[in-house]
Design a protein around this ligand. Structure first.
Ligand code: ATR
Length: 277
């Protein structure tokens, strides 16, 4: 593909809401690199055919988002260990001989966001409280464990989903019933909301966050709005907070580097670029 302008994009259904085209477009233009990154609205029934055809049209790779993350992993020629553990892919890189490799960079983005915001943050500083056991929680838990978490307390409205994650990831995770979720924050050094509570249009997060450890760090995977009920409650209880937008930005770095050849920097300008309407 030497001599062609590299193409990449994001496949979703719907996909119009995705901020990834704005983000990658900003990096391409700031770094003066040739390339285009486009939104691709693909119905589930068409995913395999589209993934087979895109490399022939000059695409180096794609991000995949809801509802394609699990299906993309199943279709991949190769996959990273973390994508297999998480059971989902968000970053696909096409091979020159056909097929594609799948990775899941959501957990890496999650950790990078915390590290850049609070360089002294350590996952083993104390218990980690995780709210929610959906798809996003899998990537968050995998990253917390890979980083060396010693104790993770996990609660979810539907308890069986939390138990399934404990069974998959091991006994460092302790399941706490949603009815007892008020105890989760007690002594916690890191707190993470992975539920959709607090997202625009969803009910607010309203569990009490009391007794958290001094200098605790709280973060929310919800980034619209930036300041969520969860982050406000955590701050009121004395925690430092990091909003979820950074996770979205950092998870995009490995794909951009693979497809366009240079590693982009996440900074205030990058944040502003995806927030601009
Ligand atoms: P994602 O891939 O973004 O994690 P998901 O798999 O649909 O999306 O998970 C959404 C999470 O938010 C789940 O933990 C869900 O709890 P359930 O497993 O019980 O559905 C949680 N969630 C959504 N609405 C909720 C509500 N009203 N109260 C409590 N938890 C809620």
């Amino acid at each position: 593909m030497t001599g062609t302008i590299p193409l990449a994009g994001v496949i979703g259904h719907p996909v119009a809401h995705s901020r990834s085209p704005r983000l990658h477009g900003f990096w391409l233009s700031r770094m003066g690199l040739p390339g285009h990154y486009v939104p691709l609205d693909v119905a589930p029934a068409d995913l395999a055919a589209v993934l087979a055809a895109l490399p022939r049209a000059g695409f180096r790779g794609v991000n995949v988002t809801t509802p394609h993350k699990e299906a993309a992993l199943a279709l991949a020629t190769g996959a990273t260990d973390r994508a297999r553990r998480i059971g989902a892919a968000n970053t696909l890189t096409f091979r020159s001989d056909g097929g594609f490799d799948a990775d899941c960079t959501d957990g890496e983005g999650f950790i990078a966001n915390l590290r850049h915001a609070r360089p002294d943050w350590r996952v083993d500083a104390g218990p980690v409280a995780v709210y929610g056991a959906g798809g996003a929680a899998r990537a968050v838990l995998d990253a917390l464990l890979a980083d060396g978490a010693a104790e993770i307390r996990l609660t979810n409205r539907t308890r069986t989903r939390a138990e399934a994650l404990r069974d998959a990831f091991g006994p460092v995770i302790r399941v706490v019933d949603w009815a007892d979720a008020a105890t989760l924050a007690n002594g916690a050094a890191t707190l993470v909301n992975t539920t959709s509570l607090g997202m625009a249009g969803q009910p607010p997060f309203d569990l009490p966050l009391v007794g958290i450890a001094p200098a605790a760090l709280a973060t929310d995977i919800v980034y619209a709005p930036r300041d969520t009920p969860f982050l406000r409650a955590a701050r009121a209880s004395g925690a430092d907070t990091v909003d979820g937008l950074g996770m979205l930005l950092y998870q995009a770095v490995p794909g951009f580097a693979a497809w366009f050849g240079q590693t982009p920097v996440v900074d205030a300008e990058t944040r502003a670029s995806v927030l601009a309407s």
